[in-house]
Design a protein. Structure first.
Length: 331
């Protein structure tokens, strides 16, 4: 049996090319060595009480994005967090082994408290118990499937460590029941630069979204910031984010040709942007088609996710049984 790799994705907005190279592509590649579990973390999304319609759209878009970008639901376990009723039960048991002090130190909670203090409000103003318990629910996601590795961005490192702490506390109290997971940090990869040269991120508004309409894609590519050298002037490929983005997509021979043209001069930024737009559209042509297919066939998505949930529950149920026994809830 293959070891288990698990990752959850909160349904928040359009994936961009930074997410693709930093997360989707490496996470999907793991399915060669691991049994990959991928889920839409819809319960986690509730901590920010999104509008119900937006949430439903985003859940389908995230699911469609994974399938469009190459996740094979027959070779992996692809599901919705909320389709596994064992999760909240597991989270409750884990919460009884989690010290409150550990949650007080969680980054997301601390950041919310700091923001309140800065604004001279009550420290817990506007903070719900979902946000406070977020790390316990995430520990349940990880521990209930006996995950060996959890591929995530470095920003999730504390959550993985909390999951390990909770598992250790459970095992210390009730005897060895839960497996300790390892984080697999995808951030070792270089960040993909955004159109303004900073790290590409939704929060900076500098992304090239993979599934936006063609016009928006082209517009974003044309907005990539460069210096003002003329086509004839030699340019610096190592310090130009247009070239850095281009080389992610171009065939290696073409990337080398363009690099030479940068050094000798003779290629204008505008011309290269046009080529980049075409290259990106061609690169994701198949994915974009699949994305629109799935978002228009949400019944099919529901079926795929429901099948995934069955497979996920096959793994989760025996572990939960063990936990119930260990705690004394079951004889
Ligand atoms: P954003 O910064 O756009 O909100 P998220 O925080 O939702 O992106 O990140 C989702 C995943 O994509 C994470 O695993 C993160 O490490 C990866 N990621 C995000 N931006 C980049 C980038 N510019 N380059 C490489 N990986 C990225
Ligand atoms: N907290 C993660 C994020 O914000 C999403 C997530 C929920 C997750 N449960 C998980 C990631 C379990 C890995 C494993 O990105």
């Amino acid at each position: 049996m293959k070891p288990i790799s698990l990752t959850g994705i909160k349904p928040t907005g359009n994936p961009h090319i930074g997410n693709y190279f930093g997360m989707y592509k490496p996470a999907i590649a793991l399915t060669e060595k691991y049994l990959g579990l991928y889920f839409v973390a819809d319960f986690h999304a509730l901590t920010s009480t999104p509008n119900r319609k937006d949430l439903q759209t985003l859940i389908y878009e995230v699911a469609a994005g994974w399938l469009a970008l190459g996740l094979d639901p027959d070779q992996s376990v692809f599901f919705r967090q909320s389709d596994v009723p064992e999760i909240p039960e597991c989270a409750w048991m884990l919460s009884c082994l989690t010290s409150k002090g550990l949650m007080n130190r969680a980054h997301a909670y601390k950041a919310a408290v700091d923001k309140n203090l800065e604004a001279e409000r009550d420290p817990d103003d506007g903070i719900n118990m979902g946000l406070y318990n977020y790390p316990v629910l995430m520990a349940a996601d990880i521990l209930l499937y006996e995950s060996d590795v959890v591929p995530v961005g470095l920003d999730q490192k504390q959550h993985i460590e909390i999951a390990r702490d909770i598992a250790e506390s459970f095992n210390r109290t009730y005897g060895k029941t839960l497996k300790l997971p390892e984080g697999l940090y995808t951030k070792d990869l270089q960040d993909v630069p955004g159109i303004d040269g900073r790290k590409m991120s939704k929060s900076y508004g500098n992304t090239i979204p993979i599934f936006a309409d063609e016009k928006t894609m082209r517009k974003q590519v044309m907005r990539i910031v460069t210096d003002s050298r003329t086509p004839e002037e030699p340019k610096d490929p190592a310090n130009d984010n247009l070239f850095q983005i281009f080389r992610l997509f171009a065939a290696p021979e073409r990337a080398e040709e363009v690099r030479q043209l940068y050094l000798t001069g003779g290629l204008g930024y505008g011309t290269l942007k046009q080529e980049l737009a075409e290259t990106i559209l061609a690169y994701f042509a198949d994915a974009r088609q699949k994305f629109s297919f799935y978002t228009q066939n949400t019944t099919l998505l529901d079926e795929i996710l429901a099948r995934g949930a069955e497979k996920a529950r096959d793994i989760a149920i025996p572990v939960l049984k063990r936990m119930r026994k260990a705690t004394g809830i079951d004889r």
